[in-house]
Design a protein around this ligand. Structure first.
Ligand code: ADP
Ligand code: ZN
Length: 290
């Protein structure tokens, strides 16, 4: 059996797995994200136990995705300073000597959804994670969207709710989408973490409003067939119907498509139980081997 390696590289942990081309994970492990000097050797040692044909790396960022760039494969301007300007791709390629497919963590997630989950059969779909930060991966015309760098859906500007006077937590923009609606923003605005606010209706009404503004804006720009929402904040499942209702109101009948007629299937949770990132990384490996 041909085996592929997969890494979902996050700011707190590195999920490592080996799997086959059907998307079956055979073995996996979690290594904490400390510093490159501490963390990378553990990752490399783990993968050396297996005979992998290629590796997929879905990585937190911002990262450099341009193959012709001198800093291709580097983590660039991350707030995790030990990882800033670290050549994570080069480090793994050199140590493991296999082809490595490389993309953002959230592009990994939408790729996983396309290959094995809620975006199967679609050519245009968006994955948004709402957790410590907000990020979005984009599948456009059947390909992962990079553009100049890669989309940064979490940092788009969305109109503030008229009754909300919270400054916003983004160190760059204050009240961008992430600044207004991330998990830490919820905690800072309401004085308790989201998990403890489940029965405070006004909390989720405002959160749904901001997520709906973002979905509406992305719909107008990219025209995706589906949105898949994940991350810690989306564990508040009551958000889904509220978001759908606001999106319907915000689009206001302007677009008439079969997708928007059925908002229950236009805006959905992940169907991969939190494995969308690692499965996307596995698909990156399978694609890199070809
Ligand atoms: P990360 O983004 O760091 O990878 P998560 O996606 O789990 O991790 O997001 C963590 C954030 O989600 C925290 O800000 C936390 O307060 C929030 N969160 C986690 N669980 C819940 C929950 N059940 N309800 C609301 N918010 C939650
Ligand atoms: Zn921002």
């Amino acid at each position: 059996m041909t085996m592929y390696g997969a890494i979902e590289a996050g700011g707190t942990k590195m999920v490592c797995a080996v799997g086959d081309e059907t998307g079956k994970i055979i073995e996996s492990t979690v290594i904490p994200t400390e510093t490159p000097a501490l963390t990378m050797p553990q990752i490399i040692e783990w993968f050396k136990k297996f005979d992998i044909k290629a590796l997929g790396l879905a990585c937190f960022g911002p990262i450099d995705l341009h193959e012709e760039s001198e800093t291709y494969g580097y983590i660039t301007s991350t707030p995790k300073l030990e990882w800033e300007n670290f050549n994570i791709l080069g480090c793994l390629k050199e140590a493991l000597n296999v082809p490595v497919g490389f993309d953002t963590d959230v592009n990994g997630a939408i790729l996983g959804e396309m290959a094995y989950g809620s975006a199967k059969g679609l050519t245009d779909a968006v994955y948004i994670t709402i957790g410590t930060g907000i990020g979005g991966g984009v599948l456009s015309n059947g390909k992962l969207l990079h553009g100049m760098l890669h989309p940064e859906i979490g940092h788009m500007f969305i109109p503030r709710h008229p009754k909300d006077d919270f400054t916003g937590l983004c160190p760059y923009h204050g009240s961008c989408f992430e600044g207004l609606a991330s998990g830490p923003s919820i905690e800072s605005r309401w004085g308790a973490p989201g998990a403890e606010l489940s029965d405070r209706e006004e909390v989720w009404d405002l959160e749904a409003y901001y997520i709906a503004e973002a979905i509406t804006a992305v719909t107008m720009v990219l025209s995706p067939q589906r949105f898949i929402l994940g991350g810690g904040v989306m564990k508040q499942e009551q958000l889904f119907p509220m978001i759908r209702r606001y999106v319907g109101q915000m689009i206001a009948g302007y677009l008439r498509t079969k997708e928007l007629e059925d908002l229950n299937s236009f805006i959905v949770p992940s169907s991969l139980q939190g494995n969308q990132g690692i499965l996307g990384a596995l698909k990156l490996a399978i694609d890199a081997a070809e």
